[in-house]
Design a protein around this ligand. Structure first.
Ligand code: RIB
Length: 298
């Protein structure tokens, strides 16, 4: 089994269920409160590990109870945590999440210690880079650190996958080091200026990303499935129909699962179908890491 190196954020999610989202300036009475382990990086690492991936995770948490609980959780999932770092400079990351009756979410992240992950930390994790076959990275840690990780991984001959969430711009040069980029519709629009509404506009956005130097593009389209494009192939994989309870981390589960399937040598169609199935299961369950399926669930 190839090694997957995930680099990214770890948060504690504070979640309130609500019928509808409040408007600006409005207080509403919500429903149940939950506290879940989250953070896009950690969610992707856990999703990959639960599906059989051999995962090492690089992150930074505060020296507090949330950070301790997060790292304990990673260990229980069988994730290698030797490069899960701690800092006194900031508290562990926290995300405030509301989930409405349709299972949609609104999320505000206080990044805290995630913002302290530096290029020097990555250099200190040289052994993890050397052992990795695939790298999986998001945009919830500082952009210079992300760009450094992508460049370093590519220069060491690794396949680097970027899930550009939350949507932010990266340097033109960084795109050229990417094996795969996996934006959703809003992220694709921010990165390309093209509003993705159907297969034609998905193709335009994918072409714009391919023109920047990325080798493969997967656009995740929520209930509409996923769209794949490279220089030689194009696919649209429909989503499975499920009743969504909480869509939080559906994209993270998709990315973690996709990376496992690619690590196992699956072709693009099989890998995307595997990821779509895992993501569909995740939206039928509450929480971020809590919703990631096991291989047997699939
Ligand atoms: O993608 C979902 C995640 O975004 C949540 O777990 C939250 O922590 C934020 O990072």
């Amino acid at each position: 089994m190839p090694n997957i190196l995930v680099i990214g954020s770890s948060n504690t999610d504070m979640v309130v269920k609500t019928e509808r989202f409040p408007q600006a300036g409005e207080t509403i009475l919500g429903g149940e409160f939950f506290m879940f382990p989250g953070g896009k990086g950690a969610n992707q690492a856990v999703a990959a590990a639960r599906l059989g991936g051999k995962v090492t995770f690089i992150c930074k948490v505060g020296q507090d109870v949330f950070g301790e609980q997060a790292i304990e959780g990673f260990k229980k999932e069988g994730i290698a945590t030797n490069f899960c770092l701690t800092t006194k400079a900031a508290a562990s990351g926290v995300a405030l999440i509301t989930v409405n009756a349709e299972g949609e979410n609104e999320i505000v992240v206080a990044s805290g210690a995630n913002n302290q992950l530096t290029e020097a930390d990555l250099d200190a994790a040289e052994a993890a880079f050397a052992a990795a076959d695939l790298l999986l990275i998001q945009l919830e840690t500082p952009i210079p650190t992300v760009e450094y990780a992508i460049t370093k991984g590519a220069q060491m001959g690794k396949k680097v996958i970027l899930n550009p969430a939350p949507a932010q711009n990266i340097s033109q040069e960084t795109y050229q080091h990417l094996f795969l980029i996996t934006p959703n519709e809003t992220e694709a629009e921010l990165l390309t200026g093209i509003k993705v509404e159907d297969d034609a506009t998905a193709a335009q956005a994918a072409d714009a990303l391919l023109a920047k130097g990325v080798q493969h593009v997967i656009l995740t389209l929520g209930a509409k499935g996923a769209y794949y494009k490279s220089a030689t192939q194009e696919l649209h994989v429909p989503a499975q129909k499920v009743k969504a309870i909480d869509t939080t981390a559906a994209g993270d589960v998709f990315n973690g699962a996709l990376t496992v399937a690619l690590a196992e040598g699956e072709d693009w169609l099989a890998a995307i179908q595997f990821a779509a199935k895992a993501a569909a299961i995740s939206v039928t369950r509450m929480g971020a890491q809590a919703s990631a399926p096991l291989r047997s669930d699939l």
